[in-house]
Design a protein around this ligand. Structure first.
Ligand code: SF4
Length: 490
């Protein structure tokens, strides 16, 4: 391990080192680690316990020969190396320059990458759960180990969304609430599974990149669309095989012959009216309560959806298909002489259309997105005048990455970013007991822009020097192909 005492802390008497990489200011005895286990006292030297992570891109894109020749000394072309902030450390409270300010040349452009592990009190996770299953009412509390760690937020198209963490749960409740929230976020960011319970809803096992487990049952399908969309997609395939289709959905239930799709196909009105509030022809809201039945509703008997059958329009022998938006639940019925629906064997073409719905469903999946504000004091570790960094980021002149993963930048003020944790290397996150999450952050920009914004250019070291000084203790990983290389803009 490399001695980083002078950067992250100071030596005290009796071999004790003080870590000042976060406000806890641990005094660490020889052979011991600090409260977060990220720093330790090794023979009187303060070391970062996790190695610096370097990512190399071996399959570099071809560049025109003249451009390549500019940097080529005739030897074997080394792999392109990116210094991530994972294992880099934190120079809290940031009046000190960031731990690594690395200068390198990329595609003929002098660039600087400023690397730091940010301590985020203002951070949260968005869990996107691809399922039509109703998980709990909007704004319901998300509980973990007896503490509220988040809430249910707006459902998106085919996905239920949870908001987890955030500054209020980290700092605004009891100490235990903050610690439980921090631990749950850290586990999710480490790509581990956690169990949460939604008040008035389901018990869930969440893990990035895995299917959600709802009340002990692994989900398999994300719905094909809402009930109205399903009618639009499959109307032509149903024509001639059924006389009416009801696609049951928690939000928008579709009724084929009333729907614009059925009208365009000149389908005869069936006279079957479903419950709920008609929004537009063939599109019904609130046909049932949310629940764990068909299509995220509490419906277990789909025929209970039928409010009335108009004898002036319906006819004996009318063929009706009821299906959920995933095709996991379906029922085929025909009307008898008294216009009562009677379950029957679905003809092959109808069964095939239900199977086609299932085929068009994507797999149920949980995605975890880390969101944080990076517009605070850590900017002072990048430049003397932090607003210039903020503006350069907002103008798109600075690539912001987390462990090499691209960050989505929210519009408006500040540097509010979001990243898919599956695009970061493993073990990228940590915590400090304030409590707050620690996350890697890299800013890459042109060297001239960095100098112009008052960057700490005197602290910059070349990539070659960094590799010479830290290469042996660093770990090298492969650059994730789906992540764009953070080439500076402008
Ligand atoms: S909690 Fe960790 S980062 Fe904070 S002072 Fe202690 S050892 Fe350093």
């Amino acid at each position: 391990m490399v001695d980083r005492t002078s950067i992250f802390g100071a030596a005290e008497a009796d071999g004790i080192v003080r870590c000042d990489a976060c406000p806890v200011l641990c005094r660490i005895r020889p052979g011991r680690a600090g409260a977060c286990h990220r720093y330790a006292n090794e023979d009187g030297r303060l070391v970062r316990t996790d190695p610096l992570v370097l990512l190399t891109q071996t399959d570099q894109p071809l560049v025109p020969f003249l451009e390549a020749a500019e940097d080529w000394d005739g030897g074997i072309v080394p792999p392109q190396t990116f210094v991530t902030a994972i294992g880099a450390g934190t120079t809290y409270p940031d009046y000190k320059p960031a731990p690594f300010i690395v200068s390198s040349r990329h595609a003929g452009v002098d660039t600087v990458t400023v690397v730091t592990e940010g301590i985020f009190s203002y951070c949260g996770l968005k869990a996107k759960i691809d399922t039509d299953r109703h998980l709990g009412p909007e704004a319901a509390r998300v509980m973990h180990e007896g503490e509220q760690i988040g809430h249910v937020t707006t459902a998106e198209y085919g996905s239920q969304m949870l908001s987890i963490g955030g500054v209020r749960h980290l700092t605004g409740g009891s100490k235990r609430e903050g610690n439980v929230t921090c631990a749950a976020m850290l586990a999710l960011c480490a790509k581990q599974a956690i169990e949460v319970e939604i008040e008035g809803g389901s018990k869930l096992v969440l893990q990035a990149g895995a299917a959600p487990i709802v009340n002990g049952v692994p989900e398999t399908r994300m719905r094909v669309g809402c009930g109205s969309a399903a009618v639009g997609i499959f109307a032509q395939q149903w024509q001639g095989h059924v006389d009416e289709v009801i696609v049951v959905d928690d939000h928008i239930t579709g009724v084929l012959t009333e729907h614009q799709a059925g009208k365009c196909l000149n389908m005869r009105a069936s006279g079957i009216r479903v419950r709920g509030r008609r929004s537009t022809p063939g599109r019904y809201f609130q046909v049932a309560h949310p629940g764990s039945g068909w299509g995220g509703t509490d419906i277990t008997d789909p025929l209970s959806l039928i409010e009335s059958i108009d004898p002036k329009l319906a006819w004996p022998g009318l063929r009706l298909l009821l299906t959920s938006t995933t095709g996991e639940d379906s029922l085929y019925v025909e009307l008898d002489e008294a216009l009562r629906p009677v379950p029957a064997q679905a003809p092959a073409a109808v069964a095939a259309s239900v199977a086609r719905i299932g085929e068009n469903c994507e797999p149920a999946l949980t995605s975890i997105l880390f969101m944080a504000g990076a517009g605070g004091s850590l900017r002072a570790g990048v430049t003397d005048n932090p607003i210039l960094l903020t503006r350069a980021v907002q103008r798109g002149e600075v690539r912001v990455t987390m462990g090499g993963a691209p960050c989505y930048l929210y519009p408006g003020g500040g540097i509010t970013i979001m990243a898919d944790i599956l695009r970061l290397p493993d073990k990228a996150f940590g915590y400090v007991p304030t409590p707050a999450l620690v996350a890697p952050l890299e800013f890459t920009l042109r060297a001239d822009l960095y100098a112009a914004m008052g960057g700490h250019v005197d602290q910059a070291m070349s990539l070659a020097t960094l590799l010479e000084q830290h290469g042996d203790s660093a770990v090298r990983g492969e650059w994730l192909r789906e992540n764009p290389w953070p080439s500076p803009q402008g």
